[in-house]
Write a protein that binds this ligand. Structure first.
Ligand code: GDP
Ligand code: MG
Length: 162
């Protein structure tokens, strides 16, 4: 089977928008993946002639009090299924406690991680993204899932990490 790229991060950072960007607006093929709940959806994708499965996560609205734990649980399940993890953070907000909870999960997993600093819609927002070096996951790759900015370089990095 093709390698699995799991897209993780707290709600509203733009994971699903990024997945749609990765799929390039082609008709997404929704698949049943063994052991995957309805909260995680797998799609067939391709970049540079290489096929992979992209796993979107989330789709629930946990109560705010349990948010960090729920996001960490979801990340743990997705990471288990992944060959590479695409961790999405909202660069305009910066790292939150919930993002840090995901980082804790990623540190314990022996999987390559690519850090996407999303919502960098213009050059001005690149300074925001630089603060995400503090997460300790290497270079934050700037991207605007909404406009497509940086998405090609991000996909190159994801496939290089496989
Ligand atoms: P998810 O909960 O992580 O899957 O986030 P969504 O993909 O549902 O996006 C949450 C909100 O962020 C939506 O209103 C998106 O339009 C918006 N959004 C996603 N990516 C970007 C981006 O690159 N720039 C901006 N300005 N907004 C974005
Ligand atoms: Mg989503």
């Amino acid at each position: 089977p093709p390698p699995v790229v799991a897209v993780v991060g707290r709600p509203n950072v733009g994971k699903s928008t990024l997945v749609n960007r990765i799929l390039g607006r082609r008709e997404a093929v929704v698949e049943d993946v063994p052991g995957v709940t309805r909260d995680r959806v797998a799609y067939d994708a391709a970049w540079g002639g290489r096929r992979f499965t992209v796993l979107d996560t989330g789709g629930w609205e946990p109560k705010a009090e349990g948010l960090a734990a729920a996001v960490a649980d979801q990340a743990r399940l997705a990471v288990d299924a992944a060959d590479v993890v695409l961790f999405v953070v909202d660069a305009t907000v910066g790292a939150t406690d919930t993002d840090e909870a995901v980082v804790g999960v990623l540190r314990r997993a022996d999987k390559p991680v690519v850090l996407a600093a999303n919502k960098v819609d213009d050059a001005r927002a690149e300074a925001d993204a630089a603060t995400l070096w503090s997460l300790g996951l290497g270079e934050p790759l700037v991207v605007s899932a909404l406009h497509g900015r940086g998405s090609g370089d991000l996909l190159d990095a994801v496939l290089n990490a496989l």
